[in-house]
Design a protein around this ligand. Structure first.
Ligand code: M6R
Length: 618
């Protein structure tokens, strides 16, 4: 996935575009580029590396920054290695047209051969350069305007795209289009300026009004004129819907923290409150969730819930499985969206599919949703990004309200996803009568206390940092948990590997003796969740087994624990809560630990190598 940032108006476009690209670097950061039009000439600057590398180039030659119109890009490579030539924007053969693109043109090879036979040559290995030349060829053949040429070219394309196209000969307009990848248009006062971006963060300080294109839509953005949105396939003009943005600048800045990840870890108490605020009325013993209330019969009659997700969201889905089955007694299957979409799964109209995604843009999850819908299942989304593709594609849903998550490693997304899933499970359990009234009320009271307990855990930062210092040079780590905390073990291991590049594996504690126990020696740190409820004695036995093989034990226990404290090398205490809610607490020390290890190892915490915040390609 990649980030697109563009501007057309009366301000200097360069700083707006560059700041926008920096905010979008979570989408990809292996190369960057910007094209400026200064009223007479195009100035194209692009390079392998981050936006800061691009700035080094433009700072040496201020002419590269001139103009009131431009398009920029930060890339996560798909076709062609990250290098200067493959960086966007790409120019057409004549040099008149320029494009930035997020997505993949699947039939690019056929199109490329066709264009080569018509005399086109290519400078890069990208599918994007094929697209801009296809648009140029259509424009030439049809003798039409840019908008029409873009529309006609896109009808020949299979794949996914969000694009912004500029024509030097029509320098007061930019054409944008979307299929599968997001694009938002910020609208300035009286249409005197427009902002184009992959999400609204690049233009939040300039306007609160935005249009989000839907799939197969395109728009011609022209100064002084209302935006016109058309359907790509049949050229029909459709009504433009302008949304008022809720995002604030403060929400997307680091606010004094060194990294977004640690800021987002610390935001969790508030994020959890924001997630249940207005939904969980603990005093009245009610959970109100419009997406569930409106479809309650469907939920109650569901023969099965299938949860589809990827990465951290999949781990939250596993917690969901434990919650739904334990509380509401509904059978649940949790599927990697990438497997589900291709394995010809059995899905029926009696199934409810819950798709979980922070970004709401993950390609595999989106494809799994489309498959489930085509088989007649009711699809419910749990997303963080408002207005995202998954939020729009699902039949109903619940937002997590975590606020923007910029760090590539998911933290507050995970805890707020679990919060939403807990609310749904409790609500269904109450409606089905599978949980007693008193248990239901207890859960609500205990849930209300979770944010202050997370706050308390965050104060253990120094202690966790000390543990991080001891184990930062480990080559391999094992994470063990049982029941509700098995998914937390998986998530702990994922956090460590993705930002510190230390190999880590998560396992159900009892599975250790079926293989991983062979790995244990005096060099192996093993992080074990041993909270006082749910299989405590059995996990203590596992800890003994580790100890007798000289493994280093870092245990997460409940406050007041005595037994594990005597055996483990380090313990971190979490406050007491209901077993089903412990994942909201046990995950916090693991997040802090991964963060500190990555910082100590001097890794790029917010933008780990090879990763992108959301994976909008297969
Ligand atoms: O945006 P999504 O929740 O759909 O993203 C799914 C995964 O790509 C994501 O959780 C990924 O595993 C994170 N980097 C984990 O920290």
């Amino acid at each position: 996935m990649c980030g697109i940032s563009g501007y057309i108006g009366n301000k200097d476009a360069y700083p707006i575009i560059i700041n926008g690209l920096k905010r979008l670097e979570y989408r990809g950061y292996d190369s960057a580029g910007v094209l400026m039009y200064d009223g007479a000439e195009i100035n194209l600057s692009k390079t392998k590396g981050k936006v800061s590398a691009l700035e080094e180039i433009t700072n040496k030659d201020p002419k590269r920054k001139e103009g009131n119109i431009g398009i920029g890009h930060t890339r996560w490579a798909t076709h062609g290695v990250p290098n200067d030539l493959n960086s966007h924007p790409h120019l057409s053969q004549s040099g008149d047209l320029a494009i930035v693109h997020n997505g993949i043109i699947e039939n690019y090879d056929t199109l490329r051969k066709e264009l080569i036979s018509r005399g086109y040559t290519f400078q890069s290995d990208t599918d994007t350069e094929v697209l801009v030349n296809l648009i140029e060829e259509v424009k030439k053949q049809e003798k039409c305007k840019l908008g029409k040429a873009v529309q006609m070219a896109l009808t020949q394309v299979t794949g996914a795209y969000a694009i912004a196209v500029f024509d030097k000969k029509k320098p007061n307009e930019i054409v944008v289009a979307k299929l599968g990848s997001p694009i938002a248009i910020g609208i300035g006062k009286n249409n005197k300026e427009f902002f184009i971006a992959s999400d609204a963060s690049p233009f939040i300080e300039f306007t609160k009004n935005a249009v989000y294109l839907e799939d197969e839509e395109m728009a011609i953005i022209k100064l002084g004129r209302d935006i016109r949105v058309r359907k790509i396939m049949n050229d029909l003009q459709i009504e433009t819907s302008i949304q008022e943005l809720q995002l604030s600048l403060e929400q997307i800045e680091k606010g004094g923290y060194d990294h977004f990840m640690i800021k987002e870890i610390h935001e969790q108490p508030k994020a959890i409150i924001d997630t249940y605020r207005g939904r969980m009325l603990a005093d009245q013993g009610i959970i109100k969730m419009a997406g569930v209330d409106d479809n309650l019969e469907k939920f109650l009659n569901a023969e099965r819930i299938i949860i589809v997700a990827c990465g951290t969201s999949w781990h939250a889905g596993l917690v969901g499985e434990y919650l739904f089955e334990d509380m509401a007694r509904i059978p649940v299957e949790v599927e990697y969206a990438s497997e589900f979409r291709y394995r010809n799964p059995i899905i029926s109209s009696k199934d409810i599919v819950i798709a979980i995604s922070q970004s709401g843009e993950t390609a595999d999850t989106l494809a799994a949703i489309k498959l489930a819908k085509s088989k007649g299942a009711f699809v419910f989304g749990v997303c963080n990004v408002v207005g995202s593709s998954i939020a729009r594609e699902t039949d109903a849903g619940a937002y997590t309200h975590a606020g923007p998550e910029i760090g590539v490693a998911s933290t507050k997304a995970f805890t707020t996803q679990i919060t939403v899933l807990s609310l749904i499970a409790l609500k269904l359990a109450k409606a089905k009568g599978t949980l007693s009234n008193s248990a239901f009320h207890t859960y609500l009271q205990k849930m209300q206390l979770i944010p202050s307990k997370v706050e308390k855990l965050l104060q253990l930062d120094e202690k966790v940092k000390e543990i991080a210092r001891v184990y930062k040079d480990a080559k391999n780590c094992l994470y063990l948990g049982r029941g509700f905390n098995f998914p937390v073990a998986l998530e702990g291991a994922l956090k460590l590997k993705e930002i510190s590049y230390i190999h880590a594996e998560g396992y159900p504690a009892a599975e250790m003796k079926h293989g991983p126990i062979a790995l244990i020696d005096e060099n192996m740190p093993i992080f074990v969740i041993a909270t006082n409820k749910g299989h405590y004695d059995k996990v203590v036995s596992n800890i003994q087994e580790i100890k007798s093989r000289s493994g280093k034990i870092i245990a997460i226990v409940t406050e007041g624990d005595v037994t594990v404290k005597e055996i483990a090398d380090h313990v971190i205490e979490i406050p007491e809560t209901e077993e089903a809610l412990t994942p909201l607490l046990t995950t916090i020390p693991f997040q802090l630990l991964s963060y500190h290890i990555a910082v100590m190892l001097d890794k790029n915490v917010d933008q780990p190598r090879n990763l992108a915040k959301s994976v909008t390609v297969e």
